[in-house]
Ligand binder design. Structure first.
Ligand SMILES: CC(C)(COP(=O)(O)OP(=O)(O)OC[C@H]1O[C@@H](n2cnc3c(N)ncnc32)[C@H](O)[C@@H]1OP(=O)(O)O)[C@@H](O)C(=O)NCCC(=O)NCCS
Length: 145
């Protein structure tokens, strides 16, 4: 994966369709949602970090700024054949570095329950009660940058 590049893109960038495809395949299709369900209302106001090689998007993570100090990390996905090889952690670290550079101090996220340990390894802590989203159990998590 040494030849995998990480770049921030915007909707309309040549890699954006690849990002949407990855998000659909990894995060929405397995839950029975359609491709139309992939976009968020705050898509255009969010940071989109993609991992890509040879024009193929292999991973992504998004961040929606909610105020001057923080916001929500969302749509964290790594292509199924590459999971467990460090790309997800690399994406989160690179996003956090950019957020610090921009002056953000807090990140929160909606973690799918089985993925809570992934975020805990990256310094995120669970808060609040368990809840359901997109039909599956979730936990709120946060960290200070
Ligand atoms: C969750 C996901 C983004 C993690 O990315 P990844 O590239 O597979 O994870 P990494 O290889 O970078 O893992 C980093 C660390 O977290 C651990 N980890 C990753 N997923 C884990 C899981 N589900 N449970 C426990 N530990 C996990 C890894 O073992 C690794 O530990 P280490 O630092 O001790 O080696 C990826 O597996 C994925 O896309 N899953 C499906 C979509 C999804 O659930 N997204 C999150 C929505 S909230």
């Amino acid at each position: 994966m040494a030849d995998t590049s990480l770049d921030f893109i915007h909707p309309g960038h040549p890699l954006y369709d690849g990002e949407l495809d990855l998000r659909f395949r990894v995060l929405r299709e397995p839950l029975g949602f359609t491709r139309a369900d992939v976009k968020f209302p705050f898509e255009d106001d969010s940071l989109h970090l993609v991992a890509h090689a040879d024009g193929t998007v292999l991973g992504c993570v998004l961040f929606h700024p909610e105020d001057a100090h923080g916001g929500r990390l969302f749509q964290m996905a790594v292509s199924s054949s590459l999971q467990g090889q460090g790309l997800g952690a690399r994406l989160v670290r690179a996003l956090e570095e950019e957020l610090r550079r921009r002056g953000f101090r807090h990140v929160h996220l909606h973690a799918r329950a089985p993925v809570v340990p992934f975020y805990e390894r990256l310094g995120y802590a669970v808060y609040g009660e368990p809840y359901e989203e997109v039909g599956i159990p979730h936990r709120h998590m946060q960290r200070d940058l």
